[in-house]
Design a protein around this ligand. Structure first.
Ligand code: ATP
Ligand code: MG
Length: 413
């Protein structure tokens, strides 16, 4: 079982998908990773205020995605100030690389929203802000977090989203557990975890192949899977997303972007970006779902810091109990576990073309859930049958001993 020991310093050897204590040339900004080739032609960021981001020839920054009708609202700063009670810290619900996220109320306090305010010091700058606006204005899907609007006034960059009530997948897998004061934490059951994984899949599938253009999310991770009412999973954060064009398919990008722990080693090596990098990251999320552990945890022993390497070693040795979340003990049916682990291994393949497409992942997750439910029903039936037989045998024994006869099930036939 994974156990926290002394704190250790961390570096990553992305090329092998393993973690070591060697140095590397990643530039890290919080959890985000940006690896730039020396010849990088970095896009400069500097949006002018009050300018619609997607009027066809006036893009403040050419995020190079799609021609959009621009369906989201433009909020004034005054509206945002009212919604957040002047950016009241009591309303902060999270802090990410972009800045603080506030709970807010718009439309006369009728609609609850999540408001992300770009931190002036944030390295995830204007380019990602406009990318998010552009992507989410165009794309709508029940499993993608909806963008209600944005505010770009007085140099503020603010995004207004639908409010997703139940937090992130990471919260439910391990983040809330580690909050010592949280006595009400109850771990997700295995079937709930399968349901959430199945729920997130159509969102990503929609990005990859649901519209005329293919999009790569580039920041798939458990903190970017939000959980809404009725445990509906929604993918969020499209700031790093990229639309696939015939140009981007044939040309190599000059930047590697993503989050530490979820980076496709092949993308890191070759700088060639495809949807298969999202599949790798989704494989890491599935591993977190099974293990209830983040992909990188510096508090662990050196060979366990990286979940991917550690889990793969355990899978090879058949030591599943070492990595599976102890709170799932006795819950996972063997055929389901087998297919879930096989799926993780496929997604984490070093060779991108061996990784399954999102539609296949969705199908295989549904089959895994089916085998879990079948196994569980079979288990219940077997248990019920056994206890019925036991009772019947006991009664027969009691009857025969009271009548002075000895009883043998076989000889009594
Ligand atoms: N639409 C939303 N509804 C409710 N809460 C949200 C919403 N979006 C974000 N949050 C909360 O705000 C927190 C911070 O989110 P944010 O996306 O800024 O950072 P992150 O995903 O944790 O990290 P990174 O910036 O590296 O992507 C989330 O963990 C979540 O708790
Ligand atoms: Mg996020």
């Amino acid at each position: 079982m994974r156990q926290i020991s002394k704190p250790v310093s961390l570096a990553v050897n992305v090329s092998s998908g393993t973690y070591s204590s060697h140095g590397n040339n990643l530039s890290r900004n919080g959890t985000k990773v940006s690896h730039v080739l020396p010849s990088a032609d970095v896009v400069s960021a500097g949006a002018s205020s009050k300018q619609l981001p997607f009027s066809n020839n006036q893009n403040p920054i050419d995020v190079g995605v799609i021609e959009s009708e621009g369906t989201c609202r433009s909020f004034s700063l005054d509206e945002v100030l009212i919604a957040t009670n002047n950016f009241d810290d009591a309303l902060v619900i999270g802090i990410g690389g972009f800045g603080k996220v506030y709970k807010g109320f718009i439309d006369g306090s009728v609609t609850m929203v999540a408001i992300k305010r770009l931190n002036a010091k944030s390295k995830q700058g204007a380019r990602e802000f406009w990318m998010e606006v552009k992507m989410l204005s165009k794309l709508w899907h029940a499993n993608l977090v909806a963008l209600i609007g944005y505010c770009n006034e007085c140099q503020e960059m603010i995004l207004v989203y639908e409010y997703i009530a139940l937090g992130t997948l990471a919260d439910h897998l391990y983040k809330l557990k580690t909050t010592v004061s949280n006595t009400s934490f109850s771990p997700l059951s295995w079937e709930e975890r399968l349901d959430i994984s199945i729920g997130a899949s159509p969102g990503l599938n929609h990005l990859h192949s649901g519209t005329s253009q293919s999009f790569i999310h580039r920041d798939v991770k458990s903190t970017n899977i939000l959980i809404g009412e009725n445990w509906v999973a929604k993918i969020s954060d499209f700031g790093l997303s990229k639309g696939l064009t015939s140009y981007s398919i044939t040309h190599i990008s000059n930047e590697v972007k993503g989050t530490f722990g979820y980076l496709d080693p092949d993308y890191f090596r070759t700088f060639r970006l495809t949807v298969k990098s999202d599949m790798y990251a989704f494989g890491v999320v599935l591993l977190e779902v099974l293990c209830g552990w983040p992909p990188v945890d510096c508090k662990l022993d050196s060979e366990q810091i990286g979940l991917i390497y550690w889990a793969q070693q355990c899978f090879k040795k058949g030591k599943f109990a070492e990595v599976i979340d102890p709170s799932l003990s006795g819950q996972i049916e063997q055929p389901c576990l087998k297919s879930f682990v096989a799926l993780i291994k496929n997604c984490l393949s070093e060779i991108p073309r061996s990784r399954p497409p999102m539609a296949e992942v969705l199908g295989r997750l549904k089959l895994a859930l089916l085998s879990q439910q079948r196994g569980r029903t079979k288990g219940i039936m077997t248990k019920a049958f056994r206890s019925m037989m036991d009772r019947w045998l006991r009664e027969r024994k009691d009857n025969s001993s009271s009548s002075g006869q000895s009883y043998d099930l076989l000889s009594s036939r």
